[in-house]
Design a protein around this ligand. Structure first.
Ligand code: ZN
Length: 172
């Protein structure tokens, strides 16, 4: 089932999410729906708060543009950032309206530990684009959007654009 995506400035995107205590059938269904929603929106990653569920669950498929599907699920992910700071160019987000994009500083690699859908723990090192997608999605679990990382000036310009867009939508 394709779920509705929560959009900025919805306050549900600013909250830290709770850990998943047990992998239930309900959690598996949510993950399947998150994949369907992500692929339908042509996104490369989606976090549960983006579909209004305040849980520490991420789905992603950073390879989808050039390769066969390679879906990944991370439940309760914990990140250790490593490597140097790199520029993530023209980052965007399914929850950030007006197709806004901006460069964001990220780390070049992350070591992640997480739970899979069988309840097993795994750990791995990610670098390059998958690592950037994972950092973006883990931010969502902590109530952080990529626009929280941009300069104050760029942010206020963006916020005024959103305000105008929302006013127009409300009066239409
Ligand atoms: Zn996002």
């Amino acid at each position: 089932m394709i779920l509705d995506i929560v959009s900025y400035p919805d306050p549900r995107l600013n909250r830290a999410c709770a850990p998943v205590r047990e992998i239930t059938g309900e959690i598996r269904t949510l993950v399947a729906d998150m994949f369907e929603t992500m692929y339908a929106s042509r996104g490369v990653g989606l976090a549960a708060p983006q579909v209004g569920r305040p849980l520490r669950i991420i789905v992603m498929d950073p390879a989808q543009k050039e390769s066969p599907p390679a879906p990944r699920v991370f439940v309760n992910p914990a990140l250790e950032r490593s490597g140097e700071r790199i520029l993530s160019e023209q980052e965007g987000c399914l929850s950030v309206p007006l197709n806004y994009r901006s460069d964001v500083l990220r780390y070049s690699a992350v070591f992640v530990t997480a739970t899979d859908l069988d309840g097993g723990c795994f750990a791995e090192m990610l670098s390059g684009f998958p690592s950037i997608v994972l950092q973006h999605e883990v931010d969502h679990l902590n109530g952080v959007l990529f626009i929280d990382h941009i300069s104050r000036l760029r942010r206020s310009l963006y916020d005024s654009k959103v305000k105008k867009w929302l006013n127009r939508a409300n009066t239409a």
